[in-house]
Design a protein around this ligand. Structure first.
Ligand SMILES: [Mg+2]
Length: 345
C-alpha cells in the first residue's frame, strides 16, 4: 500500500486559538494510499506544522509503503533532526504518524488498541478524570462517575502562596473523602522553591500527583523535586520523542510520565515511552487521554488506565469515544475510528 498524498489543515473550531504560535494550534492530517484508503491523524503546531508537512514530510513519504510505520517515523525524525528535535516539527510528525497508525488499523480491519495489545479483545471501559476549579465542581465530577479530579491552580499565579492552594486542596479532600484521587496541575511556571513549599503544604491531603510544577527543561529542578518532594511529581506533556523521555526515565525525574500523543511524536513514540517506563517501573498517564488517539494506547498498554479530559473545542472529528457514568468506551471500529465532521474539507 503506497502513499499517494498527504494533506493537512487547521480546522476552524469555536474557541480555539487562531494563531500558530501556540501548541494549541491543532491540525488534521490525511494520508491517502493507492489502495483507496485514507488515514486520519491529529498533530499540533498549526500553520507552521502544515508548512513542514507540505514542504518536507510529504516529499519524503510519497511513494513509500505506508505499512512500515516505525521506519517512516525514523525517516521523518532523521530528515528533520537539525531543526526539529522538539516542538513544532515533532508536532507535525505526530499528526502524520497517527494517520499512518490509523491506516495500519484500517488495513487490518481492527482498532489500533487491538494492534497494540497483540490482537486480543481489549476494548475495556476505562476510568476518567476531569480538571476542575473548586471543591464544588470536584464533588459534581465525582458524582458523575469520574474516577479522579485535577485542581486547576493557575489563577494563584507563578509564585502562589502555598497556604491558598493547601486550603483549596483541604476543602476538596474534605468534600470527597479520603480515598478519591486528587491531583494538582501547576502549568509549568513555578520555580523549585515554590514547588517544594506547595508540595509540603498539600502533602497531608494525599495527592496522586503534582503536575508540571517547573518548566519542561528544568531537569536539575525536577531532580531536586524527585529527591525531596513529599508528593509524586508528574510531567511530560511538553517532552518530545523517545530520546527526550529516556532522560526523564533514566534519571528517574518523574513518578508519572504524561506524553501527549498528538505532540510528542505520535503513537510510535507513545509506544516507546510505555516500553521504557514499564522497564523502569514508572507510571504513564497520557495527556488528554480522553481523545481518540491516546485512548487506544491506554486501553491496550496501561496497567493503571486513567483518561484525562479532552479539549472540548476540538470538534472537527466524528467518532470520539463515548463516556457513560464516568467511564470511557472505545468504539470497535478500524483504526482510530474517527472521521471528518465535514467531508468536503
Ligand atoms: Mg497539564
Amino acid at each position: 500500500m503506497k502513499i499517494t498524498d498527504i494533506q493537512s489543515f487547521q480546522p476552524p473550531t469555536p474557541g480555539s486559538p487562531g494563531d500558530w504560535r501556540t501548541q494549541l494550534g491543532q491540525i488534521v492530517v490525511r494520508v491517502r494510499t493507492d489502495a483507496g484508503m485514507e488515514g486520519i491523524g491529529v498533530g499540533g503546531g498549526g500553520a507552521a506544522a502544515i508548512h513542514v508537512i507540505d514542504t518536507v514530510l510529504r516529499d519524503l513519504l510519497l511513494g513509500c509503503d505506508a505499512g512500515d510505520v516505525e521506519a517512516l517515523h525514523r525517516a521523518m525524525c532523521e530528515h528533520t533532526v537539525f531543526y526539529g528535535r522538539k516542538g513544532l516539527v515533532v508536532m507535525a510528525i505526530s499528526g502524520v504518524d497517527l494517520a499512518l497508525w490509523d491506516l495500519r488499523g484500517k488495513a487490518a480491519g481492527v482498532p489500533v488498541a487491538k494492534l497494540l495489545s497483540g490482537g486480543c479483545e481489549l476494548l475495556r471501559p476505562m476510568p476518567t478524570y476531569v480538571t476542575v476549579f473548586d471543591d464544588e465542581e470536584a464533588e459534581a465530577a465525582m458524582a458523575g462517575g469520574h474516577g479522579a479530579i485535577k485542581l486547576h491552580v493557575e489563577r494563584f499565579g507563578d509564585r502562589p502562596d502555598p497556604a491558598d492552594i493547601a486550603e483549596l486542596t483541604k476543602r476538596t479532600r474534605d468534600r470527597l473523602g479520603g480515598e478519591k484521587q486528587i491531583m494538582i496541575d501547576a502549568f509549568g511556571r513555578w520555580d523549585v522553591d515554590t514547588a517544594l513549599r506547595v508540595a509540603d503544604a498539600v502533602a497531608p491531603f494525599n495527592l496522586a500527583w503534582l503536575e508540571e510544577p517547573l518548566p519542561p527543561d528544568d531537569l536539575a529542578g525536577y531532580e531536586r523535586l524527585a529527591a525531596t518532594s513529599p508528593v509524586p511529581i508528574a510531567a511530560g506533556e511538553h517532552e518530545y520523542l523517545a530520546e527526550g523521555f529516556r532522560q526523564l526515565i533514566d534519571r528517574r525525574l518523574l513518578a508519572v510520565l504524561q506524553p501527549d500523543v498528538n505532540w510528542c511524536g505520535g503513537m510510535t513514540t507513545l509506544v516507546e515511552v510505555y516500553l521504557l517506563a514499564e522497564k523502569a517501573n514508572l507510571r504513564v498517564c497520557p495527556h488528554r487521554g480522553f481523545e481518540p488517539f491516546a485512548l487506544h494506547a491506554i486501553c491496550a498498554l496501561d496497567a493503571q488506565p486513567l483518561a484525562e479530559s479532552p479539549r472540548t473545542w476540538f470538534n472537527c472529528l466524528a467518532g470520539f469515544p463515548q463516556i457513560r457514568d464516568g467511564m470511557i468506551h472505545l468504539q470497535n471500529a478500524p483504526g482510530f475510528g474517527v472521521s471528518l465532521q465535514t467531508p468536503s474539507q
